[in-house]
Structures are given as C-alpha cells and as structure tokens.
Design a protein around this ligand. Structure first.
Ligand SMILES: Nc1ncnc2c1ncn2[C@@H]1O[C@H](COP(=O)(O)OP(=O)(O)OP(=O)(O)O)[C@@H](O)[C@H]1O
Ligand SMILES: [Mg+2]
Ligand SMILES: [Zn+2]
Length: 501
C-alpha cells in the first residue's frame, strides 16, 4: 500500500478533531446543526491551520445522511464519497491553477444546476486570492445572486488580496496560527499512535519550526521519521532540518560577548565543516539574540525561538554582560550578513566578520562613532583583510566596464560574448565582481575557465595597472536590472567610491 503522508492521514474528519480554531469550529458547527449556514464563507489565515480541512467537514456535514450535532458521520455513502473525492456536488477548485475568467464562467453556469447526489452543492475555492480581476468579477455576480442550496467556501492565505466587494458578500473567519503547545500535543498524539518515540526537545523544535502551521509540523515529523526511524532525538531533528543546536548558539554568543575571538572563529569553522550553512548559522544566531533580548525585557515567560531547556541557563549568565542596545546592534549586523550571504561566495569570511563585529561591540574602548565596517578587533584577526579600498558602483554605461568589454572583445570575441551577459557589480580590494542571472549558468561557468579568466585579468591589468582577481557570482533575483545597483551597494557597504581611470 502506498504510504500516506502523515499530514494527510491526520486530516481532521470532524469538527471535534480540529486542533485550536475554537470560535470558528463552534460557530460553524452550530450553524450546520441548526441549518442556518450562510451561502458564502471566506476562510483566511496562515498555511496549514485547518482552512481546507474545515471546509471539507462542512461539505460532508451538510450532505451527510446521519448528521448528528453538526458533525458528519464519516460512514454514510455521501461522507465516504466526499472523503474519496467522488462526490459530484462537492467541487474543489484550486484557484492557483484555474485563475481565469473561463473557469469562473464555467462555474457560474454549473452552479445553477441542482445538486445531483446530495442536498447541497459545496464549492471550495482554495487560494482564491490568485484569481484574476475578471474572474473575481464573475465570481462576485454569482455571490450576489446565490442559487439555493449552494455553499461557497473561499480559502486564502492572503486576505488583503481579496477585493472588498467579495469580502462583503462572505461571512469571514480568521484562522489563527496554532500555539507551540497545541502543535506539540498533536505531534505527541500522532507519534504515539504511529509508534514513533520523540524526546521532548525534539518535539519542541519541530513544533517551533512549524511557525503555527500543523501541516508543516506533521511533514517534518514524517521527514525525520523516514530518515531516522522510530526513535527520534533532538540531534536527529536538528540534523534533518539543517539546524544548529541552541546550546552551540548560546556558547557562540557567549564567546563573542567575552571577546574570545579565537573561540568564535574556531566554533564557526567547525560548524561549517560539519556542513551547516553559513546563512543558517547567521539566521539562527540572530534568533538566539532575539530570545536573549526577550529574556532581558520580559524574562522567562517569553516564547522562545530557539532557546530550549539546555540553553536557557545561559540567558541568565549573559543578561548581566549585555544591554539591549548591544543586542540590537548585533542583530543588525547579523541580519545584514544573512542578506549578504545569499549573494556571496566568501561565506566563511563574511560570517567570521559578522561575529568579530559583534565581539567588537563589547570592547571597552570602542567609541560609539566607530563604524561597524571596521571594528578595531577586526584588524587584529588574521583572517580579516583590510576594509574595501576602492569599489565602483555599477551603472549602465560604466566607463570601466565599457573599457573592459572593449579590451576583451579585441582579444577574443567568444570570451566577450560570454562576459557581456554579466554585469559589473563592483570592485573590492583587488577583486572585480561580475554577476550573472541564474539562467546564465553556462556563461558563468565558461568564464570561470582558466583561459577566459586569464584574458580578462590581462585586460584588467592594462586598464588598472594592477594585478586583479575576478569573481563570478550568481544573482538570485529575476528583477535583476532594478535591483542590481542596490545589491552592489549592499554588498560593498557605504564605502563605495568610483574607480578613477
Ligand atoms: N487546525 C488543525 N487541526 C488539525 N489538523 C490540522 C489543522 N490544521 C492543519 N492540520 C493538518 O494539516 C493538514 C493540512 O491542513 P489544511 O489543508 O486544512 O490547511 P490549510 O489551512 O487549508 O492550509 P493551506 O493554506 O496551505 O491550504 C491537515 O491534513 C492536517 O493534518
Ligand atoms: Mg488549504
Ligand atoms: Zn455521513
């Protein structure tokens, strides 16, 4: 038998099985029980919080032959057919793939036809915010003159994208994120019924990472289970999710606060060599700092992002050594770095630099005017080169780039053809950075070949009189032209100066 994903196997089949969303559940169940359902509903809220599940429960309950107390029986032929997707009068439309006017026109025609099988036709339109304006208008017409016995349930994660005209025709229910406690309770139920053993920390991490969505929590459980089997520890979860241990984060931040830069560099190096992602490390370290900030402000009642039982004692130790302002500055450094890491290949260096900058916040001698780009401690560390000497901003008709291209063209036309598809991002120290859109992988890789690289370096030397290095980088954005200057500025910081030629 095919394996059924946990989140599907555990779709609530009755109102009483729904986790959280109490007000919504009570109101809807009463409406079903008393036969006073409205003809249109709008369910909004984060992913995986029960919108589609509840829509299906309603569809079953209104068609169920043995409906009791507003609940579907899940055994009669209607319930079975709906559960198996074979019920003609329950129509699920995914607006993300049926966005247009034709689909909605089609719906408008069919809506008038009386239910074939059941008592009520129920249209469940998922991701309804994806409809085009024309489609919304067509839908509005139907909602304005609702046919008897039809119920529309529109579901969306993006309420703000639903036109007010549609909203005003529907009864709205806002689904909330589920709390960590609610998610843990459900995970425990699922795990114990499926014979999976998880320790508390493992549960806690899965629940917190799900960010209020039960589908994500169950998918993670599925993933961990299929990699690691039925005994699941905290390490297993961290490993599968590529996360960093919170105790590691506590120690790392502690070393930074104590200005143990050697320890910091060492810890980062080890984590990277174990396969942790630099960006993930920066992001998780900022979550730890966020927890520390909350601890300073509201103490132990805070809902932690990464801190768990093991690392919590470190918060108390660190509280005495750090003030809010320093945490905010450190957070700024880390979030900036997380952004840069998306775009850079010098990952290790950028990460080290960020932590050295954070360490520098704790130097007694640091004056507040010191720019974070050149903390005194950064100069001490061997791994950190001088701050940028020269960098150029890219502009469409940049004379430097023009010269470079012309020079390359003269030497070898095929190389020019490859290079011209890139964009000059800027120059830092003696390295020139050229960016390629994702679709230009071939060009980037060809340019990285020795022969092409040498041609460019030779021309660079002619132009600048210096030995230069050249780095090719992928740009991860499609709206490349608009953002390229901004990215270059982000990357090179405020020390941008034009190259004088
Ligand atoms: N409130 C909940 N109670 C119990 N299980 C839930 C709940 N919310 C989500 N789930 C679990 O997550 C799965 C997906 O939920 P559902 O399809 O209802 O989410 P959704 O809100 O429609 O999400 P999306 O916006 O991504 O479509 C369910 O099959 C179930 O396993
Ligand atoms: Mg859904
Ligand atoms: Zn039934």
């Amino acid at each position: 038998m095919a394996y059924l994903a946990l989140y599907r196997a555990w779709r609530p089949q009755r109102f009483i099985e729904v986790v959280g969303q109490e007000k919504t559940v009570i109101a809807l169940r009463n409406a079903v029980k008393e036969g006073r359902l409205s003809h249109a509903y709008l369910f909004s809220g984060p992913r995986g919080t029960g919108k589609t599940s509840i829509a299906k429960i309603i569809a079953k309950a209104v068609n169920c032959i043995n409906m009791e107390q507003g609940e579907p029986c899940n055994h009669c032929s209607s319930c079975n057919d709906i559960n198996n997707g074979n019920f003609m009068d329950v129509i699920e439309i995914d607006a993300a793939s049926n966005r247009g006017i034709d689909e909605i026109r089609d719906l408008r025609e069919k809506v008038r036809v009386l239910p074939a099988q059941g008592k009520h036709k129920v249209y469940i339109i998922d991701e309804v915010h994806m409809l085009t304006t024309e489609a919304f208008n067509a839908l509005l017409k139907t909602l304005e003159e609702p046919p008897e016995s039809v119920i529309f349930i529109l579901a969306t994660t993006e309420l703000q994208k639903i036109p007010a005209t549609i909203r005003s025709r529907c009864q709205s229910y806002n689904f909330r994120r589920l709390s960590t406690g609610e998610i843990i309770a459900r995970l425990e139920e699922v795990a114990s019924s499926d014979g999976i053993n998880l320790d508390q920390d493992a549960l806690y991490i899965i629940a917190r990472r799900a960010n209020g969505g039960l589908r994500d929590a169950l998918s993670t459980l599925d993933q961990v289970y299929s990699y690691k089997g039925s005994e699941v520890s905290k390490e297993d979860v961290l490993d599968v999710l590529g996360l960093v241990d919170d105790l590691f984060l506590a120690k790392l931040v502690d070393a930074a606060i104590n200005r143990d830069t050697g320890v910091v560099i060492d810890m980062l190096g080890k984590a990277l060599s174990q396969g942790k992602e630099a960006q993930q490390l920066a992001r998780e370290a900022s979550l730890y700092l966020r927890d520390l900030l909350l601890y300073l402000v509201i103490g132990e009642q805070a809902e932690w992002s990464v801190v768990s039982g093991e690392s919590q004692p470190w918060l108390e130790k660190q509280k005495a050594k750090i003030d809010k302002n320093q945490i905010l500055k450190a957070l700024k450094i880390l979030t900036d770095t997380t952004d840069k890491l998306r775009f850079s290949e010098g990952q290790k260096f950028l990460l080290e630099l960020a932590f050295l900058q954070i360490s520098a916040l704790f130097e007694e001698t640091v004056v507040s005017a010191a720019t974070p780009a050149s903390p005194p401690v950064a100069k001490k560390a061997k791994t950190v080169p001088e701050k940028p000497v020269k960098a150029s901003r890219t502009e469409a008709g940049d004379p430097f780039w023009g010269k470079l291209l012309a020079g390359v063209k003269e030497k070898k036309i095929p190389t020019h053809a490859l290079l011209v598809q890139g964009k000059l991002l800027g120059r830092k120290d003696d390295t020139i950075y050229v960016g390629y859109k994702k679709g230009y992988k071939f060009h980037k890789e060809k340019m990285e070949e020795r022969e092409n690289r040498e041609i460019v370096k030779a021309i660079l030397k002619e132009i600048t009189g210096q030995e230069c290095e050249i780095q090719f980088i992928f740009l991860d954005d499609d709206q490349y032209n608009d953002i390229i200057v901004k990215k270059a500025i982000e990357f090179f910081g405020e020390d941008i100066v034009e190259i004088k030629d």
